[in-house]
Write a protein that binds this ligand. Sequence first.
Ligand code: FAD
Ligand code: NAP
Ligand code: SF4
Length: 684
Amino acid sequence: MTAAYPNLLKPLDLGFTELKNRVLMGSMHTGLEDRFWNIRKLSRYFAERAEGGVGLMVTGGFSPNLVGQLAPLASTMNNRATALLHRHVTGAVHDAGGKICMQLLHAGRYGYQPLIVSASATKAPISPFKARALSTKGVDRQINDFVSAAKLAKMAGYDGVEVMGSEGYFINQFLCERTNKRTDKWGGAFENRMQLPLEIVRRMRKAVGPEFIIIYRLSMLDLVEGGQTWDQVVVLGKAIEQAGATIINTGIGWHEARVPTIVTSVPRGGFADVTAKFYGEVDIPVCTTNRINTPEIGEEILAAGKADLVSMARPLLADAEFVRKAEQNRSDEINTCIACNQACLDHVFQAKRASCLVNPRACHETELLLTVAPVSKRVAVVGAGPAGLAAATTAAKRGHKVTLIEADGDIGGQFNYAKRIPGKEEFFETLRYFARQIEILGIELRLNTRADAASLALDGFDEVVIATGVKPRTPRIEGIEHPKVLGYLDVLRHNKPVGNTVAVIGAGGIGFDVSEFLTHDAAQHAEGEQISVLDWQKEWGVQPDFEGPGGLVEREPTASPRKVYLMQRKTSKVGGGLGKTSGWVHRNSLKHRGVEMLRGVSYRKIDDDGLHVTVSSKDGKHQEHKVLAVDHVILCAGQEPFRELYDELANLGMTTHLIGGADVAEELDAKRAIRQGTEVAAAL
Ligand code: FAD
Ligand code: NAP
Ligand code: SF4
C-alpha cells in the first residue's frame, strides 16, 4: 500500500511515542482559535485532518501571556479554563487516531496591540506599535509563562508543544543583533542572546517530563539584514537538542523579510536545502518545510536524506485527505494547494476566518455540509471554469446526475490563462484535480459544445447552473480599434506576437500577470515548468550556501525582453488591490524587471505614434501629457458578466442558478467562483 512513498509514509519512533508517518501538518492560524465559542468548529477541522491520516498536527499559535498576543483577544493559553476547553480539540483528534501539538507563539514586537514587549524598544515595520524593552526580570517572567503554557497544553491533552523560535517573533528578536541591543545577560554576544530559547526549552522539559513532544522551530535562515549566520544557527540547534527538544522544525524568513518564502512563485521545495545543510548536526529528528505540496516532492526530499519529516500546512487545508490519498496511491486525486494565500493567510491578515481557495470547506467543516441529496436530479452545469467545475463535482458527489457543458476544447475557463503566467504553474494542478474528479464521479462532459437555451430545455434537466463566466471589458478610448491594440486573451490565449515596447491598460490582477508574462523570456524555461531553485535564489538575493548573516546576497537583475508600462486611472498605489500577503511580491518582481508603473493616468487616444496619456499627480494639481511610443497596447481593464443564457432560460421558466463571473464580474476571483459553485451545488 505504501510502495509509492516509502519514506514519506514510514512511521517515526520518538522513543516514548510513534508518529504513523513523516507528514507534519504545520502551524496555521485559522481564526477559529481566537474565540471560545468556535472550539467545536476547531475540533472538527482538526479531526477531519486526523481522519485523513496525517502523522502529527500543530495548532495555530497560542500566546503564553497577554503581552505576547498577536492582537487584542487573540488566542492565548494562560489559564485552566482555556486548557479544559481544549479537551474538545484533543479528544476529537485522538478519537480520530491523530496526534496534535499546540504551538506556543509569543509575538514580541510583531504583536498588533499596544502591550507588546521585546528584547529592546524597537518598532517592527509590520506593526504600528513600538515594543517596550523588557527588564531582566521581565525576560524571566516570559520564560516562565512559556513553561506554564506548556503545562496547560499538557493538561488540555495535547501530545506536545511547538516553541515558535522563528519567523521574526519574540524569540528571534532576542537572537539577532538587529533587534537585541541589550547589555544584560540576555544581550551582547550570541552566547547570551541564545540563552532565552535555551532556558525556555530547558525549564519546559523539566516541567512537562520526558514523555511530551517539544518541537522547536529553529530559524535556519532569517533572510533579514543583521540576521544570524549559519554557524550561529548550528550552535543554537545543537544547544536546543541538549536542552531537551524532541524535534527541530525549520523556520524560514522573518515576516518583515523582503524575500518571498511561501507564495506560489517560490519553487517547490525551494528551502529544503537549508534543512539539508543542518541535517546531521543533531541526533533528534529534523523537519523541513515551505512549498512542499505534493507527496512526490515530500518523498523526494526525504529519499534524498534532507530531513526526517516534512511539514505541510496549507496543503492540508486544501485537502484534509492528503495523506490517505497518498497511502492509497491516489495522489492524482489530491486537491493541491496552489500557494495563492488568497483564502488562508490573506484572510488571517484581515482578521477573517481562514479557508481555502480550492477547498471552501476548510475551516467550515461543520457549516458547509456535502450530504447525500434526498432526490437525485438531472443537473446541467454550463461552463467549466472554476465556478462550473466546483458546482459540477459537488453536485455529483452528492448523488446528482451531472452533465457539464463547455464551449472550449478544455475545462478550466480563465485558469487556462492563469496557468501560463510564469510563477503560477501550480494552477495546472487544480485543472488536473478537477479533470480526475470528473472521471471518478462519472460526470458527462461535453466539450466543444456551446449550450443554448433551446437545447437545454429539450434535454429536460431538473436544474441548470449557469457558470458562463466573463468577457473582457473594452474601454472607450479614441483609437481603440487600432491594430496595435490587443486584449489579454489575444496574448494569453491566441499567442499573438507582441512588440518590444508595450503599454498595459489596467493594473489589476490580470494586468500584473500579463506584465509578468511579457517580461519573462519564454526561451528561458518551458511553459508549466517552475524556475529552478538556483535561478530563483539569484533573482531574490538568497545566498546559495546560506552562510552569511541572514543568508542574503545582492540580487542579480533579471533582464526583460521588453519595455512595459503598467497603468491605472486611480491615483492610489499601483497594485494596491492585490493580495495582502502576495501583492508586494508581484510589485517587487515587476519593478525588478524594469516595468514602469504609472498611476493617475487618463487615456487620450491610440494612434500610429502610440498611446497618448495624461498623467496626474497624486493631489491632482499637476498634469503631464505624454505619448508612449509603444508597439502594442494591451487591454486588461476588467471584465463584465457573460450571461445571456441565464435570461433566455429564465424566460423559458427553467430553474436556473447563476454563479461565478456570470453572476457578478466585479471583484470576481477564483476563490469566490469556487465557493459559490460549491455552495449552490450543496443546496441542490
Ligand atoms: P470562467 O473562468 O470565465 O469560465 C467560464 C467558462 O464558461 C469558460 O470556459 C467558457 O468557455 C464557458 N462558457 C461560456 N459560455 C458558454 C456556453 N454558452 N456554453 C458552454 N460553455 C460556455 N483568480 C484568482 O482567484 N487568483 C488568481 O491568481 C487568478 N489569476 C488569474 C490570471 C489570469 C491571467 C486570468 C485571466 C484570471 C485569473 N484569475 C485569478 C481569475 C479567475 O480565473 C476567474 O475569476 C475565474 O476563472 C472565474 O471563474 P468562472 O467559472 O466564473 O468563469
Ligand atoms: P480588476 O482587478 O478589477 O482590474 C481591472 C483594472 O482595469 C484596474 O486596474 C482598473 O483600474 C482598470 N479599469 C477598469 N475599468 C477601466 C476602464 N473602463 N478603462 C480603463 N481601465 C479600466 O480586474 P482584472 O485585472 O481583470 O482581474 C479580474 C479578477 O481576477 C480580479 O478580481 C482578481 O482578483 C483576479 N485575479 C487575481 C490575481 C491574483 O494574483 N490574486 C491575478 C489575476 C487575476 P482603474 O479603474 O484605476 O483604471
Ligand atoms: Fe493553498 Fe491558496 Fe488554499 Fe491557501 S487558499 S491553502 S494557499 S490553495
